[in-house]
Design a protein around this ligand. Structure first.
Ligand SMILES: Cc1cc2nc3c(=O)[nH]c(=O)nc-3n(C[C@H](O)[C@H](O)[C@H](O)COP(=O)(O)O)c2cc1C
Length: 266
């Protein structure tokens, strides 16, 4: 990055604005009535560039996809090996998969031909915690991504605090505002077509218990307040992003949509 990088702004930056196009109506599509939408339309003239994974290096596809599928939440995963070695590492191929029962997915690439320690531990012991990373300890969390041998305990170098979990063995991260105690539901080896060795493992976890810091809850104590949460997301390369501005859009009620649709079809 050539531009000078200003220091981090400690103040909370999350705030609500209006949505990009408050005048959007049924069938409007791209908001060309806004400057941004008009520019977006004009940019179509530059066309599209194609990337065929069969012809590209996996590294190029990794760089492209991790820069484009953003922002990604980060699962900060604590696990323990069958032999008892604790492990802590961040993973951004992470998503909420279900809520009843609550489930999450984390995808962990192989290192060489072997599963990374986290994947191995989870497949062996069936237990892990997923902790959400926040701005006040992002450096400590990032530190744990060091490609270290299995005997290395990332907790020590990170300086983060092991908080005993309630129902499983791996501890949760005390500094995290939101932690989930998880049990392995299923692990899916991701094997490239025409190959025999997996290049990753999709770990699906069932969430048994959720811990939320009282300080980040909204006034009713039922959901997390984005103004207080300070979570970070993964962008491409070594970039992270903060949660800045938000806007609210209600989901369209079918009764209104149906009416518009009938009018349009006449
Ligand atoms: C923010 C961040 C996100 C990451 N996401 C992933 C990921 O989704 N999958 C993956 O295999 N590695 C990911 N990594 C790299 C792992 O954290 C790294 O390989 C780590 O050493 C794995 O630890 P382990 O071998 O102790 O399990 C990520 C690293 C960082 C810093």
């Amino acid at each position: 990055m050539a531009e000078e990088i200003p220091p981090f702004r400690e103040e909370a930056i999350f705030k609500y604005t209006q949505n990009p196009n408050p005048d959007w109506k049924f069938g409007s599509g791209l908001s060309t009535n806004t400057a941004l939408g008009a520019q977006w339309k004009a940019d179509e003239d530059a066309g599209w560039k194609l990337f065929d994974p069969a012809r590209e290096e996996p590294r190029s596809i990794y760089k492209l996809m991790t820069s484009a599928i953003v922002p990604r939440p980060v699962a900060f995963v604590s696990s323990i090996s069958a032999a008892g070695t604790p492990n802590l590492a961040p993973f951004s191929y992470f998503a909420m998969a279900n809520h009843d029962p609550p489930m999450i997915s984390v995808s962990i690439n192989t290192r060489g031909d072997a599963p990374k320690d986290t994947a191995k531990n989870i497949m062996e012991t069936k237990e892990f915690t997923v902790n959400i990373i926040a701005e006040p300890f992002v450096e400590a969390a990032n530190f744990t991504s060091v490609e270290a041998p299995e005997y290395f305990d990332e907790w020590i170098g990170s300086g983060l605090t092991r908080e005993p979990s309630t129902i499983i063995k791996p501890p949760r991260v005390r500094e995290s505002a939101f932690s989930m105690e998880c049990e392995l539901y299923q692990s899916v080896p991701l094997v490239p077509p025409n190959k025999s060795n997996p290049t990753g493992y999709l770990i699906i976890g069932i969430v048994k218990l959720l811990h939320v810091r009282n300080a980040v809850l909204d006034k009713n104590g039922q959901v997390v307040d984005p103004h207080k949460y300070r979570s970070v997301a993964r962008m491409g390369d070594i970039s992270y992003s903060r949660v800045g501005e938000g806007f609210r859009l209600p989901r369209p009620p079918w009764a209104e949509v149906e009416e518009e649709y009938k009018k349009m079809k006449q």
